[in-house]
Structure formats: C-alpha cells, structure tokens
Design a protein around this ligand. Structure first.
Ligand code: ADP
Ligand code: MG
Length: 360
C-alpha cells in the first residue's frame, strides 16, 4: 500500500542570482519513509531541505506539509527539524540542556521537558551522559546529541544534511544503522541527504537521484541500482562498465542482437529499438565473469591490463579486442578456483544473459 504524502513540492523553482538551483521540482514525501536525496555536489540537495525547513523561499511553485501551504509559514512554525554535519551544539550547555533547549524556548512545563529530554537521550542511547559538555564527547556522541535535540521536538519531518560525513568509516557504518533504527522506531519521516551511493543504497526506502536541480529517478534502492532510468543514474548509483553498441537484428519479443565493433551480442530488453539504433549496455563489475577459455555462450575476448586485490573481491581490468575496457569484480570463494589472471593474459568475458542494463 502506498502511504499518503506528508509533504509535497509542486513545480518549485529556486534561483540564486542567475543560477538556477532547482527547476520545476516535484516530490512527494510519504508518511514514515526514509527518503534519500542522492546527487553530486551542487545539484540542489541542500536547497530542497532549506525550502522545506523555511530557511529559503521558492521563486515559484508551492510546498505543502500535511496538506497546508507553507508559503509565509516561518521555520519555527513548520514542525520540521534539521540535523547538520556540523552538530551546532551549544558548547557551554550540558548535553541535557542542549537537548532541552528547544522545549524551554517553547515554555513547556518542567516535568514535561525532563520526561521528553530523557526519552530523547534514551532513544539515541545517551542516557547517563546528560551532565557532560559537548567537548567531553566523541564525534559520534555529539552526533547523537544533535539527533536527540531534533527528535525531542517530535517533528513531522526530520531533515538530515550530510550529517554523517564527518565521521570515520566504522562509526559512519554504525550511525547508518542507528539512524535507520531510529527512523523505524519513531515512524518519523526522514529526508536524508548524501552524495555517497553506498550510504543511500543501504539506508533508504526510496532514493531520489538528483542532477542540476532536478530528479533524474525516484525509486527503491534496487530499482535505482538494477534498473536505472539513464546513464547518469546508472553511473551515480554504482560502478559501471559502459559499452556503446548498435542494434543489428530484432531476435525475439524481448531479445535483440547488437554489435560491439563487429562482435555480435545477444541482449534482453523490454524496451523497443529499431535496427541501426544506438544502444548503451551498462554492466556492473560484479556481474562480469572472466574465463581462461572460450565460454560456451560466447562472449568477448580481450587481455588483462591489471588486477587489484580488494579483500572481498579481486578486480580485473580487461582491454577488450572490440575496443573498450571492462572491469570485473569477482568474489573469492573457497570452492571456486583461484581467479589469478595475470596481466597480458588472454581472457574471455561474459555475463549472465539478462543482467545487462540496456539504455537507449
Ligand atoms: P548540494 O547541497 O546538492 O551540494 P545546494 O543546494 O547547496 O547543492 O546548491 C545548489 C546550487 O545553488 C549550487 O550551485 C550552489 O552553488 C548554489 N547556491 C546554494 N546556495 C546559494 C546561495 N546562498 N547563494 C548563491 N548560490 C547558492
Ligand atoms: Mg549540500
């Protein structure tokens, strides 16, 4: 069942001087989802958050929260909170006071402030550390306090702007899981901004891939990675081998023959192509297989340029005789023979039919 929209952008445009940061931007946020805005630096992710939070005003278009038009509603009346990469904690206040600050401003009763602040600290697993100053906390703990400070307000929507970027790899992985757990536990709608595809793929209910102020594709992580709408999304969502081919025959209702520099390849697709049309094949390195003998299903020939040991996988870069280079990432398995292809070695390359991504 599709959940109702909690917030909507309708044809929103935003300029800074002559630069168009968002153009005709449409988006529906669903109640209780974790939606990630993924895209390169400068594509407008922060602008989306600032518009929803009320720190910026659209030049045209409308933004709705719970069915209400937000035009003219000041940030503090929006029930939307933001967590930034810089935690922006008050250094002279204790952890407890930092978290309670917003509630005090709103003049809530002391008993309620205490109860909500303690609940928020428990939620981020910081109970018992309320008396500390931010300086006495690790980066990860400061991040948790910043989260508690937002959650204590029971926001309808929580905005997280690259909030894990400052953390080292291990801590970042931990906080990714922690954020997901918090989102599930509270049921609050999260809009999470990142330029890190792994982070987006592993955390999100849905991902909006953005480029130059627009959404290129919106969907669940598997759609974005396995069924990208175009080459930009394919390349932003994961490592991509790109093969430019030409359609030479319609072989069946869902199969085509294409040619890569004279080598015929069979391709599966539901998309319609004419003979002679250009067709781009994208292959994820983990779907590419390398063989030392000609594979039964045919494939492409080439020679090994280099191999890179990466722990979980062994990567092999191959120069295809047909022209382009192709990279294969193969997993080590105890029951599989060693995949130790030497530079210069002749190899055959193929992939499971149907696993190729086909783009016009
Ligand atoms: P992202 O968060 O995806 O990196 P932003 O939303 O911050 O992108 O910015 C989108 C574009 O708008 C960028 O090109 C940026 O330089 C520009 N921009 C953002 N804020 C301002 C501002 N206050 N003044 C001028 N240009 C801005
Ligand atoms: Mg930004």
């Amino acid at each position: 069942m599709t959940r109702p929209a909690i917030a909507s952008f309708r044809a929103v445009s935003k300029r800074y001087g002559s630069h168009c940061a968002l153009r005709d931007f449409d988006l529906d946020l669903r109640e209780g989802e974790l939606l990630t805005l993924l895209g390169p630096s400068g594509c407008g992710k922060t602008t989306v958050l600032r518009l929803l939070a009320g720190f910026e005003t659209p030049d045209s278009g409308e933004i709705f929260l719970d069915g209400r038009k937000l035009a003219g509603v000041p940030p503090e009346a929006r029930n939307v909170n933001t967590v930034f990469q810089s935690y922006a904690l008050f250094p002279h206040l204790s952890v407890f006071e930092n978290v309670a600050f917003g509630l005090k401003m709103r003049k809530l009763r002391g008993a309620e402030i205490r109860a909500r602040t303690e609940a928020a600290l428990r939620m981020v697993r910081m109970e018992g550390l309320g008396g500390r100053r931010p300086m006495q906390l690790s980066g990860g703990q400061q991040q948790r306090v910043a989260l508690a400070r937002a959650l204590v307000n029971h926001p309808r929507v929580l905005l997280l702007d690259e909030c894990l970027s400052a953390l080292d790899y291990q801590l970042r992985r931990e906080m990714q899981l922690e954020l997901k757990r918090l989102q599930r536990q509270t049921g609050i709608t999260f809009v999470f901004v990142t330029h890190d595809r792994e982070e987006a793929l592993s955390m999100s209910d849905r991902i909006a891939v953005m480029r130059a102020g627009r959404i290129e594709q919106l969907g669940p992580p598997r759609d974005i990675y396995e069924r990208p709408a175009n080459l930009f999304v394919a390349q932003f969502a994961g490592e991509s081998n790109v093969l430019e081919t030409t359609v030479t025959a319609i072989t069946g209702p869902h199969t085509l023959t294409v040619e890569l520099a004279g080598t015929p390849l069979l391709v599966r697709t539901d998309r319609k192509f004419d003979i002679g049309a250009g067709l781009t094949l994208v292959l994820r390195p983990e779907d590419v297989r390398v063989h030392e003998e000609a594979a039964a299903e045919g494939g492409l020939t080439g020679h090994v340029l280099e191999r890179t040991y990466r722990g979980v996988t062994l990567d092999t870069l191959i120069a295809l005789d047909a022209g382009p280079r192709i990279k294969a990432s193969e997993f080590f398995r105890e029951d599989a023979p060693a995949l130790d292809h030497q530079p210069g070695q002749r190899v055959w390359v193929n992939w499971t039919p149907g696993w190729e991504i086909v783009l016009p």
